[in-house]
Ligand binder design. Sequence first.
Ligand code: AKG
Length: 280
Amino acid sequence: MIQMHDPELYRHDRVAERVHGFSAVGKAEIQHFRDHGWLAVDNAFSSDAVAAAIDGFVDLIEGKNPDFKSWQAEPENEAKMAPNDGLERQDTLRKLMFFVEFEPRLHALAHHEGLMDVLARLIGTDELLLFQDMGLMKPPRIGSEKPWHQDCAYFDLPLSTRVVGVWIALDDVGIENGCMHVLDEGHKEGPQVHFHRRDWQICDTDIERLRSPARDVVAVPLKPGGCLLFDGLLPHGTPHNLSDRRRRALQYHYRKKNVQAISSEERLAIFGEEGKDVEC
Ligand SMILES: O=C(O)CCC(=O)C(=O)O
């Protein structure tokens, strides 16, 4: 059974404004990212680059590279994870992980010149490291929620590390099939305590508290090839996909090279609930 969330959790106050292409990202847009914690870019990648990425993505799902096995099923569909499902597998999976070294078309997208240029300005160095790559599906009707969270709660990195996530739409992604929702300027609130509830997540009531009355929840619908750049401390989440439309996306995370990792215990001392006398 799909575990439903309260629809109020993703009630958006407004829809994201966008810039057109990486070449339109100037000083004002970099400042928008710093102030708001996110920047949405339409037509960031060409239709050819998106078509190639989809082909690469589908090849991985179809098992064309026998060395690649890093996927996770939708909870609703665990039983259908037969290894030879072929293309049907697309509508049973939630996630693919760590594929760039297996799939040159997805590697190329992650290292797109325009993207790298913007990331260098956001992170403040040319010495960039792609340190996480994911394919994120929400199959029609059963695509599960990704509850509100901060990505840095998942990474063993010092809090001072500038982490930028890049979420790239491969399909037409709207409110009804599970687009990204961000808490505008929420990165300024610093690290939030995460709890194991529907996932490793920010408590639903903390999201209500953070949004009210000062901060907007912004929905970020995107056409294929559009992308959202977001700060590693920006609270964000995606609702269920109960529509008939497939929703596929890629998510890459970047930071500067040569950052000394912290331990998971150190990370949990920041983002975990242990010893903080807090409830959810
Ligand atoms: O694509 C989604 O549904 C959200 C993914 C996400 O925010 C994450 O995995 O950090």
